[in-house]
Design a protein around this ligand. Structure first.
Ligand code: ADP
Length: 184
């Protein structure tokens, strides 16, 4: 093999190797919690690059718009190396292909997550055989946390500073109290 095809082959192998180490962590992150951050940190230890992908087209109306959800993620993950935050529309497998990633990260909290996550992983596998779903478990301390639960707790006046970063707690309080004033 002459030098040039060899260089091409090495470059191709490098690209393949890198692609196999890039993972997508999709979700609505409405808002990000310490549970999500725990999963992001774990994923960043395993993969070269983790793209935290914020779903733009979620079915239920989010409390925070996409721009706000991205801003909270940027603020709360700024010390974590090897990650980036992005937004996607449509199918996550299309987003993964576009970004040359072949792993989807999902967090598993309790057995109750399993059924839905299992269905989604198998559906994605049927749609894209080349993409694997990898499940990561958070620390036990965060295994009960969900964005929905936190929103409920804040609307009832609870202090959620041990569940979400300070910036998120402030935004939640502000958003939910203005909603209460509007009678929403
Ligand atoms: P969804 O994609 O259902 O809207 P989220 O955006 O809240 O859910 O979460 C994205 C991913 O993060 C899902 O795989 C979810 O199971 C996981 N996740 C959410 N909260 C936690 C937590 N406390 N610990 C671990 N994983 C979590």
């Amino acid at each position: 093999m002459s030098a040039s095809p060899l260089r091409c082959e090495v470059a191709r192998l490098r690209r393949t190797r890198r692609a196999s180490r890039r993972a997508i962590y999709p979700g609505s992150f409405d808002p990000v919690t310490y549970g999500h951050i725990d999963v992001i940190e774990r994923a960043a230890h395993v993969f070269d690059e983790v793209i935290v992908a914020v779903a733009n087209n979620i079915q239920k109306k989010p409390l925070f718009d996409t721009r706000e959800r991205v801003a909270m993620l940027l603020e709360s993950t700024k010390s974590i190396k090897g990650i980036r935050i992005d937004v996607f529309d449509g199918l996550v497998i299309d987003f993964a292909h576009k970004n040359n990633a072949n792993v989807l990260i999902r967090g598993l909290r309790m057995v109750s997550d399993f059924e839905y996550e299992f269905q989604m992983a198998l559906t994605n596998r049927r749609l894209a055989e080349d993409i694997e779903t990898v499940f990561l478990m958070p620390s036990e301390g965060y295994s009960f946390l969900s964005s929905t639960l936190i929103k409920e707790a804040v609307s009832l006046g609870a202090d959620v500073s041990s569940f979400v970063p300070e910036d998120v707690a402030k935004r939640l309080k502000k958003r939910l109290s203005s909603r209460r004033r509007q009678g929403a």
